[in-house]
Design a protein around this ligand. Sequence first.
Ligand SMILES: CCCCCCCCCC(=O)SCCNC(=O)CCNC(=O)[C@H](O)C(C)(C)COP(=O)(O)OP(=O)(O)OC[C@H]1O[C@@H](n2cnc3c(N)ncnc32)[C@H](O)[C@@H]1OP(=O)(O)O
Length: 451
Amino acid sequence: MRRAALRLCTLNKGLLTPARGLTQGSQNPEKQNVFHILEACSPIHVNHGVCVRDKLREIVGASTNWRDHVKAMEERKLLQSFLAKSQEGLPPRRMKDSYIEVLLPLGSQPELREKYLTVQNTVRFGRILEDLDSLGVLVCYMHTRIHSAKMSPLSIVTALVDKIDLCKKNLSPEQDIKFSGHVSWVGKTSMEVKMRMFQLHGNEFCPVLDATFVMVARDSENKGPAFVNPLIPESPEEEELFRQGELNKGRRVAFSSTSLLKMAPSAEERTTIHEMFLSTLDPKTISFRSRILPPNAMWMENSKLKSLEICHPQERNIFNRIFGGFLMRKAYELGWATACNFGGSRPFVVAVDDIMFQKPVEVGSLLFLSSQVCFTQGNYIQVRVHSEVASLQNKEHTTTNVFHFTFMSEKEVPLVCPRTYGESMLYLDGQRHFNSMSVPVNLRKDFLVEP
Ligand SMILES: CCCCCCCCCC(=O)SCCNC(=O)CCNC(=O)[C@H](O)C(C)(C)COP(=O)(O)OP(=O)(O)OC[C@H]1O[C@@H](n2cnc3c(N)ncnc32)[C@H](O)[C@@H]1OP(=O)(O)O
């Protein structure tokens, strides 16, 4: 493991610091051993947030200037011959082969802090989403690397942010942050990546969040699928992680096959919607059409916020499409503003789940983001952000992503009331996402993670 970490680190031009143990303060005993084995690894240093991205550009031979991007992609075509014809033709890898740590030295580099800072002196969660996305891709390149080749023939893209759960810890912009990640499951062309984030608290790095992403390998030109190396679990803990990855795949299939876009709501859900509908009928009239808001409630349509982004070349990823992390940051920040506007106080993000990257976003697209509160309970606000693109030439809109964020407000929030059948489905979908949150956290003063 140390060998793998050092090889990676030598490419980082000596920006190394001594390792600090990751098991300290670890909250998940199942994962502890995996991280324990690997704790001696030295982290990559992030210098002004570019180091992981520089490494990725180097691995795929991406251009640093937009004017060279066509030439860089032409050169990548030559790598096509390095692609495996079958998965069996690729050497198996261990979880520790892909394990990496990255240090974000917010504490020791004040100039880096500006990029991560909110006005309330906390860390911008949108920036963390970007870092997780880049790290997840780098982890997959570690899993699939060909030792004899300088560049990878694979184009690895983010397909899904399965889950991000935040622990009860505040994020200070004045303390170093450390990320770690490794591949935890593979299919034929897809890889599940588990990542964790820690923040220095006194002398120890304490866990802040756990994330699970799914990345998909594509050919050199990002036009078709490509095989990835098999993964061999080496200990009972790793076998459990692998088994969990298999279960996660099954759970995703089940969740999607019962989607409200395909199937009617359950009997219990239908009752919920009918009771909500009855609670909005005006008792003074005998009509299904005169609707009034119940006390302490808001119509769902009035919770909406929208924004538009022009997708400039600056926001491109290493494959000359728009960077998934950028899309997440923009969606998250709009979602946060929606929750803030709705709840009337500063909300804190608790969970992110099921962000599916359905279609790549082309450079030059117009990106339309539309955000609304779709479910509330107590202090919790479930926000859904829908993104669609249109090219400048073609006015047709295509959905690229749907984002789900769970926020917690400092005070109890109003009920959100669907008025139409479509909104009722959004409400139920929001409720399903809310119920899938694994660790509901209690509001604490030190639980501060903001845009
Ligand atoms: C400045 C920044 C520099 C640093 C950048 C770092 C790189 C950052 C990476 C990115 O930014 S990527 C940009 C965001 N992501 C995208 O634009 C992806 C858009 N979506 C797609 O291109 C396609 O939907 C995708 C390639 C993900 C899937 O295409 P298909 O639906 O045709 O896939 P297919 O049916 O062939 O399935 C291929 C594999 O993906 C799996 N898969 C597809 N969608 C999935 C999903 N939603 N969840 C889980 N797995 C999924 C599927 O199960 C299968 O796995 P196995 O081969 O292992 O069986």
